[in-house]
Design a protein around this ligand. Structure first.
Ligand code: NDP
Ligand code: 8X3
Length: 250
């Protein structure tokens, strides 16, 4: 029986690329997200390994638990969990912030990651083996203007990753955190609520990271020998030196 990787947010960007990359390493893939048609597309395209899809919103703790409970017996031996689902919603000063945006970021990026981990961890604990890869961000290391709550949500991912590593060391479960800078995905389209032009402008004038770059790093992390835990990676485009220091061509 081949090993199983559980990838949240596999309908787009980093999660989708990670599903393909881990498949190359022989993992069977549990792919999750809210968009059923995207999950179906992934299943049609990713034919190298068996793919099992789960459609649920990580904000909903009951739905998250039910989805994991619904896994057939031969899909329950999860060795790798990639906690990737997440987004920024809005880019506003604290005084102009939207409560709905704040709820979305805290509920998805922080509570959603916890709900998924809580549901999947017992599957790993049975075998005293597993690897959790949390997708943080440079926004979890720095705070930038108008990033306030998104940065807070990613700082929380950083703290949770460290806490998980401490608590799970005795279970033989590895915890890693990947913190990317600017990656060209649907991220900015979501942040700017479908404004494609504004989203595209974020990645103009320099070579942004691609989802594939991050997927390859995740694949490298989970394929290290059992005694090696690559605990944390900060990965930036060459043109980016810090959250707001970007060398753009005119
Ligand atoms: P995308 O918008 O391309 O992908 C986001 C994924 O998260 C989608 O598959 C989406 O699936 C899923 N998702 C969002 N909300 C929910 C929800 N409520 N329930 C379930 N799934 C959800 O963005 P990225 O690939 O760039 O983002 C992936 C991760 O990388 C995020 O955690 C992001 O914060 C982080 N990151 C991104 C960077 C970037 O510059 N792009 C840099 C640093 C970190 P669906 O809509 O189908 O539910
Ligand atoms: C995504 C990168 O700089 O837009 O986490 O916050 S940034």
């Amino acid at each position: 029986m081949t090993k199983v990787a559980f990838v949240t947010g596999a309908t787009s960007g980093i999660g989708r690329a990670t599903a393909f990359e881990l498949a190359k390493q022989g993992y069977r893939i549990i792919a999750t997200g809210r968009r059923a048609e995207r999950l179906e597309e992934l299943k049609q395209e990713l034919t190298e390994v068996p793919v099992y899809t789960l459609e649920f919103d990580v904000r909903d703790k009951e739905a998250t638990q039910q989805a994991v409970n619904s896994l057939p017996e031969d899909w329950r031996q999860v060795e790798v969990l990639v906690n990737n689902a997440g987004n920024a919603h809005g880019l506003s000063s604290i005084q102009n912030g939207s409560l709905d945006d704040w709820d979305a970021m805290i509920d998805i990026n922080v509570k959603g990651l916890l709900y998924v981990s809580h549901a999947v961890l017992p599957l790993m604990m049975q075998h005293k083996k597993g690897h959790i890869v949390n997708i943080g961000s440079i926004a979890g290391k720095e705070v930038y203007p108008n990033g306030n709550v998104y940065c807070a949500s990613k700082h929380a991912v950083d703290a949770i990753s460290q806490g998980m590593r401490i608590d799970l060391v005795q279970e033989g479960i590895r915890v890693s955190e990947v913190n990317p800078g600017l990656v060209e995905t649907e991220f900015s389209e979501v942040r700017f609520k479908g404004d494609k032009e504004r989203a595209a402008s974020v990645y103009k004038g320099f070579q942004a990271l691609q989802a594939q770059d991050i997927a390859e790093i995740i694949s490298f992390i989970v394929t290290r020998p059992a005694h090696v835990n690559l605990a944390e990676v900060l990965v930036l485009p060459t043109a980016q030196a810090a959250a707001t220091i970007l060398h753009k061509q005119q």
